[in-house]
Design a protein around this ligand. Sequence first.
Ligand code: D5M
Ligand code: FE
Ligand code: ZN
Length: 514
Amino acid sequence: MCSPGINVPTPTGSARFLLITGYRDGVSTAVADIVRRFADHGYNVTPEAAEQIATAQNPEAALKRTLDSVPDTALVVAPDDVTAALQTDTPTVSTGGSDGNQATGDRSGPTAAARSVTITGDITGSSTGTGEYEDFVSLFQDRYEQLAALLRNRINHRPLNTVESLSGGSDLEVIGMVSDLRSTRNGNWLLELEDTTDTIPCLISTDREIATLVDELLLDEVIAVEGQLADDGDLLFVDAVHFPDIPRTYEPSTADRHVQAALISDVHVGSQDFMAEAWEAFVDWLHTPAADAVEYLLIAGDMVEGVGVYPGQDEELTIVDIYEQYEAFSERLKAVPGDLEIIMIPGNHDAVRLAEPQPGFDDELRSIMSAHDARITANPSLVTIEGVSVLMYHGVSLDDLIAEYPDTKATYDAPEQPMYHLLKKRHVAPQYGSHNRLAPETTDQLVIDEIPDIFHTGHVHKLGYGTYHNVLAINSGCWQAQTEFQSSMNIDPDAGYAPIVDLDTLDVTIRKFS
Ligand code: D5M
Ligand code: FE
Ligand code: ZN
């Protein structure tokens, strides 16, 4: 129906894959994850055998099959055990009719076997932080290093502990993390930047055009500034501010055949406001020839309503047990055609830790949701489908941006706007504190180190999309009608919509099912 008409050249390319990479990890993280998963079941595994599973077409299925076939008495799982387990000829993605236990598949589109699917790892199971103060120091140092690296090709950074050797009036370029921002008595802005060596106060005069950027600055984000040192050398007068950003000339990749992905989020099964009829209409549509090209379903968190998420939430639940909520959600997934690849990440209502990055669901929840063989990965994750990379992030930090920014720069009615700012800052959760909780990992996995072709979020229950420097940003609405809380806050959710993206053109069609 509506389409922003983004036309990008179709790249020539070799075979396309579905590829999931949690941030900054590849096969080695996947191997570590597999070693841990075997240990959970009482087995040791050789690194070779773990790698064999990590690089299998469907590592999750390969792991399951190996675990099922190794004898209980085995102490070490070796490559031969994996080979033997994988030789048994079981399909990894269910196709064909419904037998009550399998996902349904009655469409005429290509079968799952026509698609090449690879997962190279996600952060699930490789959380490193111990929660000590030092972990936060290490997390923020890593954030600085990663984002400063993106700014260094534009800025000639001088380490802050060398600034005092400069004479007053010198030109200066620095890269720093925003550690303080306040207005002065004269109505100007005093910004404090910090690098790994020292801090520097920077003055942004309100009569300069760059003062309009002050609204956009968040504590803990990394920026660069250019300016002149004051005569006494202890203040930087700012002339220009730079963000890590995405180059304007970025050219997204596209699929080399006509194939579509449905991007949704916030299903909230278990809530009295879950819109069962709209969901059923969506799933029915997926079974029709009109949806033949829809081969991927991406779900950006909040599968279920959860329990104890907000005070008083229990009064609005139809299913009070968290496991039963996932069972009911799994039933909903089963109705989705079996030849669709489903990829999902958790949100703040899901039963994983709240602090980001959130690992994918644990084994118990995975087994409850196993009927459709969905791929489960961390929040956030970079998922590559048909050569198109999709950054999936649930979106809790959007609440923070909308709260901090003036309405001209971010509102709930246009959720793509704060998404653009996250892309510009190259970080999915720049500000530590408020709504967002950060896990004290030793590296910052929330940095947007690789530019995605599509940025997919949810959480705010509003539909919105557009492009920022050619990256398609989509916030995907929800499947939950207005809750009492939302009604009290005058939040009017966009419920029952499915944005469908043509992966070969990145055009968007919005389908309404409510
Ligand atoms: O979030 C849905 C949206 O509504 C998101 O913008 C947060 C906001 N929300 C919903 N309920 C509350 C309460 N009780 N307090 C604060 N903010 C709220 P979701 O993650 O689906 O709840
Ligand atoms: Fe939600
Ligand atoms: Zn949410």
